[in-house]
Design a protein around this ligand. Sequence first.
Ligand code: SAH
Ligand code: SF4
Length: 345
Amino acid sequence: MRNLIGVDLEEIKDIMSALGEPGYRARQIFSGIYVRLLRSWDSFTDLGKPLRKKLKERFVIGHPPVQRVFVSKDGTRRYLFELSAGQRIEAVFIPEEKRDTVCISTQVGCAVGCLFCATGRLRMQRNLTPGEIVGQVLALEADRETEAKRLNIVIMGMGEPLNNYENVMQAVRLMADERGMSVHPRRITLSTAGVVPGILALAKEPVVPNLAISLNATTDPVRDRLIPINKKWNIAALLEACRSFPLESRRSITFEYVLIDGVNDSVIDAHRLAKLLKGMKKKVNLIPLNAADSISLKPPSPERILEFQKILIDRHITANIRRSRGTDIAAACGMLAGSVTSVGQ
Ligand code: SAH
Ligand code: SF4
């Protein structure tokens, strides 16, 4: 049976008219799914019984199946979904004082294979469908304590979103649709390892999320080693695409920089980073490496991290050190590997 999650309102309208139903029924269904978070046709009490029966025979509203939820000491929750045997993905719910952030996946595994990332150590299995991508947000929203806080969505879980371009964009449009979930595009951030054609295409979309770039190095030889697709699109090509990316007045590009001891954390790197980003509207997120057993790299010392940050700040660059959330349950950046235990495998 077909899952209606991931199907846009226009198509639901077509489906309704094929069933001989008026167009406003589609609006009711769409808001039932994305606003009221309903999951069964019986809960649609605003639809008559005969229609509910027809829908039940043809469609489901299937949130991705949650296999387990791990809860961190800091309140972060890691959701492990089992899509089918052996196909696991994860999403992370990060409660903060003024907002909740959900971090979602776009692929089962990742073909990019970054040296420092646990997801990159997994075999790439498949792209997620639009319904599986937006469905993660619905599944996490269903457990939210309050809707009073703002919701931010970050597309930074497992997978490279720009390698699953069409499905991710369909999901983004559904998240932003004001007739449904209605998350402002400024509250949605897409992070990429640097798929340049994808960045150029994104710039032309009707709904454009914030762009985050996983830069992680300041020279091509180092970046080639850390992020293999740098051999295809090097730092110069990547930054050129960023410079051409249209930004509304209040927006900037986020550059993520995972700090790795002895690899990309020198004083020279910090100065070179400032120089590379010169003239761009940007902010830098410094992410001390989250070490995993499968990776023989370490984060720098706290002093080194502060020193790196200070060099950027002295050059008038907004640079935040990202406090890791949920490390005790393997929920932090780069730790997502579909692990069924609370600490990374
Ligand atoms: N594929 C996309 C989005 C998912 S990765 C991308 O690479 O941007 C999300 C972020 O986690 C990226 O910025 C990546 O550089 C970072 N990351 C990966 N492994 C990490 C690790 N071990 N420690 C800290 N951050 C990591
Ligand atoms: Fe894939 Fe991003 Fe991990 Fe690199 S950092 S392997 S692109 S998920």
